[in-house]
Design a binder for this molecule. Structure first.
Ligand SMILES: [Zn+2]
Ligand SMILES: [Zn+2]
Length: 236
């Protein structure tokens, strides 16, 4: 096992709330500057900047996973990470068809920019990506098996869009083995939350929407291999 410093929750300029400076090359270069070993791109309900990032990063000394932050029908955010770009893009289409047919108003929500590997804008996602998809949280693990991915609840310690805020607990029948905690020192200061540490692998990522928010080399997981399969062996 080796220590892998990671940030597995990063948004690009495709997320309407993501800064337009969050281009694939900017976020890749910032991650390299911070000497991270593994990152994932997790835009809201879309993987459409993953092809550009994977392409831009193909010779870079960092593991890059395609991903998505899914908003379930219950308005719970789930981090979804994929073993392949094909799997990610298959899930992207599946989710897109299950998003409400509401157009993005750029003036209110911001741009949803799709880039190529040189950061040139090749499109705008027209559908508003921050709405809930008509996918229930109980379906997500099965969908991950179908599309070659893994998932876990995002920022469970936040007061909105989290499994604890929306359901009050983590139903065991969903089979999650991992949770993301945004602020572990605050969350685990409450002793009622300590059992989470015993039952789940706890991941802490930045949820960066701006370049400067990308994690320092501070969150570490020990893996056999610094890739999706090494991660899946720990998180599933
Ligand atoms: Zn979120
Ligand atoms: Zn996020």
């Amino acid at each position: 096992m080796k220590p892998v410093f990671y940030d597995l929750h990063i948004h690009s300029c495709l997320s309407p709330c993501g800064d337009n400076d969050m281009t694939v090359n900017n976020l890749l270069n910032m991650s390299l500057l911070k000497e991270l070993d593994m990152i994932a791109l997790t835009d809201h309900n879309s993987c459409k900047n993953c092809p550009a990032l994977m392409d831009a990063a193909k010779d870079a000394p960092i593991a890059v996973l395609p991903g998505m932050e899914l908003t379930t029908a219950e308005e719970i955010h789930m981090v979804c990470l994929f073993s392949s770009l094909d799997g990610a893009m298959g899930f992207d289409s599946y989710v897109w068809e299950r998003l409400p047919d509401i157009q993005n108003d750029v003036r209110i929500f911001g741009d949803q920019l799709i880039l190529d590997k040189e950061d040139s804008i090749i499109g705008q996602e027209k559908k508003l990506l921050v709405n809930a998809a008509s996918i229930e949280i109980g379906e997500v693990s099965g969908l991950m098996r179908r599309f070659g991915g893994l998932c876990y609840p995002a920022h469970i310690d936040r007061s909105s869009y989290s499994i604890l805020s929306n359901l009050g607990f983590i139903p065991p029948e969903y089979g999650f083995h991992t949770v993301e905690v945004a602020n572990p020192s605050r969350f685990f200061a409450d002793r009622h939350n300590l059992s989470i540490k015993e039952w789940y692998t706890v991941i802490t990522s930045s949820d960066a929407h701006y370049l400067e928010q990308i994690s320092e080399r501070e969150h570490c997981i020990h893996l056999d291999t610094a890739d999706f399969s090494g991660l899946a062996a720990r998180l599933l």
